[in-house]
Design a protein. Sequence first.
Length: 88
Amino acid sequence: MAAPKDPVSVVDLSYTEASQELDAIVEFFEQREVDVDVLVSRLERATELIDELDKRLRHTRAQVEELVPRLDALAGEADPVGGGADDE
């Protein structure tokens, strides 16, 4: 029996690839009884994927929270009359 191929590092996967791999692991667990050795390795990989996905989401959220006020400020500059939808 050949040794299993080392998986690609989670940091080298795109967000979509990491998410799809995590979904495949979840599906794997839902569809069969799993050998204890396989269980541990799949859970370890799932944990790595979850950690990386969470890190990327937190980073993206921080970027959005930084950019939205800048966009709002630019939008305010583009509308000097103040005729925005928020005016009553």
